[in-house]
Design a binder for this molecule. Structure first.
Ligand code: ATP
Ligand code: MG
Length: 525
């Protein structure tokens, strides 16, 4: 892997990269940065968690003239949380150069945004709905934009976003550099890219499977009514540091997070019907570890980078292979390992096989965790917590109590009772969730995933992409990040009260309707 000093970047940009703890470039960065620095349009595809943000962020920051007082670059993201996160990374990369960037997304006070826009940011990172709002109010002008980036391009160009993106890009001069990035590039992105890109270079780092290599993928076959018990057992057995649980609908997420709380887990839900304030709070708590379990709709499937996520659990099977790849990609990031579990009801098995086929990765079957395994996991966890607490000195105040209790009671009984309390055991609380309908297998012509040249079922690298000659699997060399504290939750702004108007409502809900699920839209994200 190349070190960043080999790209010919400005010293101030290099310094920012070093400060972020990046030592070597990742494969997509190594390939995309030089192409982007030539000013060419590009389509960049690489597995989840492999540094695509910096792959476009670094050349962008390097390129911008610091004296510029106009908006010269536009980054579009499908969700608010992602816009916030990308803005943070851009901010860090541009810190020493003094680049001014601004996130613009729905749910935040528009007046506040207008005030911030007066400071003449050079880069806007936004969600399409709110961007259009500003364009219509003439508070954002795109006449001087020279670089456009669509993060999660396939999602952005999905039917739900297409119209907005078209309206926005019409206002950007044709003489510009346009870059698309995503871990998944369905073949139809080609047609769409033709509209927006000029002679793009395809930069792809997808060895043979599109999902990230360090994720251990398994599924558990069970009935709908067994899911909640299985989930609790799985969490107990696996004792994740941080886990994201994906549910199909907002109602599902609400019910599930409430049920988990009742059973004593620190869980909260994230979906597009919450206020921006609530969404920000949930994300902040998850990033700083004050909740261990995030229950979310697909609003959290794309791009979110929270370090310490060891587990992703698909409580409901995702609608399509792309969603599967992105959901599980919330773990196993930046060279770390992760585990992904998917619950599948008997009627959904075909759909699971379809996902396996398209992603070209076998998902291994695991039995439903037994009660014994769950109890063992929980006990181990509790013992670890107690032993950890013993290492620190701040339990001295309890020593007197311990001595006096031990004089009166049997030590084994005493400790066992304390353990019981500590495990927060609340198994007797009855939980009932509203059942969800099973996902039906959708037969998709296999070749729409491929670039037309590869065998059916192959996951398309972007168009005529040059396949990476070197498998990426297991190569952790590219990641020797220092001790970057990603869980500081910094930069999460308080949401405003205003709601997006009409057309940006999708953005306000933070969700995105997929063309394939239109009829089912209410229940999605
Ligand atoms: N060169 C590098 N060295 C070490 N860590 C890096 C490097 N580049 C990026 N990272 C870190 O890797 C993590 C994942 O990066 P990023 O979010 O950009 O992934 P991504 O490819 O966009 O994933 P997704 O497809 O899920 O959006 C981030 O925490 C980022 O800071
Ligand atoms: Mg990303």
């Amino acid at each position: 892997m190349k070190t960043f000093s080999e790209f010919g970047l400005e010293p101030k940009v290099l310094r920012a990269i070093t400060e972020m703890g990046f030592e070597e470039s990742t494969p997509i960065q190594e390939k995309a940065i030089p192409v982007a620095m030539e000013g060419r349009d590009l389509i960049g595809q690489a597995q989840t968690g492999t540094g695509k943000t910096a792959a476009f962020g670094i050349p962008l920051i390097n390129k911008i003239d610091i004296k510029e007082e106009r908006i010269v670059a536009l980054i579009m993201c499908p969700t608010r949380e992602l816009a916030i996160q990308v803005a943070e990374e851009i901010e860090k990369l541009g810190r020493f150069k003094g680049i001014r960037s601004l996130p613009i997304y729905g749910g935040q006070d528009i007046v506040k945004q207008i005030r911030a826009l007066r400071k003449k940011p050079q880069i806007i990172i936004g969600t399409p709905g709110r961007l259009l709002d500003h364009i219509n109010r003439k508070t954002i002008k795109l006449d001087d934009v020279q670089t456009v980036i669509l993060d999660e391009a396939d999602e952005m160009l999905d039917m739900g976003f297409m119209e907005d993106i078209q309206s926005i890009l019409k206002l950007v001069p044709d003489e510009r550099q346009t870059m698309l990035f995503s871990a998944t590039m369905p073949i139809n992105i080609q047609k769409l890219a033709q509209q927006f890109l000029t002679n793009p270079e395809h930069v792809s780092v997808i060895p043979k499977q599109v999902s990230a290599p360090l994720i251990d993928q398994s599924y558990i076959e069970l009935h709908e009514r067994q899911k909640f018990e299985a989930l609790c057992r799985l969490i107990d057995m696996e004792a994740p540091d941080l886990a994201i649980i994906f549910g199909r609908t907002k109602r599902r997420v609400d019910e599930l997070s409430e049920a988990l709380q009742k059973r004593g887990y620190t869980a909260e839900g994230l979906h597009g019907d919450l206020s921006q304030n609530q969404r920000d709070n949930v994300m902040r708590k998850f990033r700083d570890g004050s909740i261990d379990v995030l229950v979310a709709t697909d609003v959290a499937a794309r791009g979110l980078d929270v370090s310490g996520v060891t587990h992703v659990i698909n409580f409901d099977l995702p609608q399509d292979p792309e969603s599967y790849v992105h959901r599980i990609g919330r773990t196993g990031r930046a060279g770390k390992e992760g585990a992904a579990y998917t619950f599948v009801t008997p009627r959904e098995i075909d759909h699971l096989h379809f996902i396996e086929k398209i992603t070209r990765h076998k998902i291994s079957r695991k039995p439903m965790p037994s009660l014994a395994e769950a109890i063992e996991g929980k006990q181990k966890m509790t013992a670890e917590r107690v032993l950890e607490a013993m290492q620190s000195d701040d339990h001295n105040q309890f020593k007197g109590l311990a001595i006096s209790l031990l004089e009166q009671h049997d030590s084994v009984h005493l400790l066992a009772a304390a353990f019981k309390l500590l495990t927060g055991e609340k198994k007797d609380i009855e939980i009932e969730l509203t059942p969800e309908d099973p996902i039906r297998a959708k037969k998709r012509r296999p070749d729409i995933r491929s670039n037309g040249r590869r065998p059916s079922g192959s996951y398309g690298t972007a168009g005529g992409a040059r396949r990476n000659d070197r498998p990426y699997g297991g190569d952790r060399g590219g990641y020797r990040g220092g001790d970057r504290n990603r869980r500081d939750g910094g930069g999460y702004r308080d949401g405003g009260r205003d709601r997006d108007r009409g057309r940006s409502d999708r953005d306000n809900r933070g969700g995105y309707s997929r063309s394939s699920n239109r009829s089912n839209e209410e229940t999605l994200v």
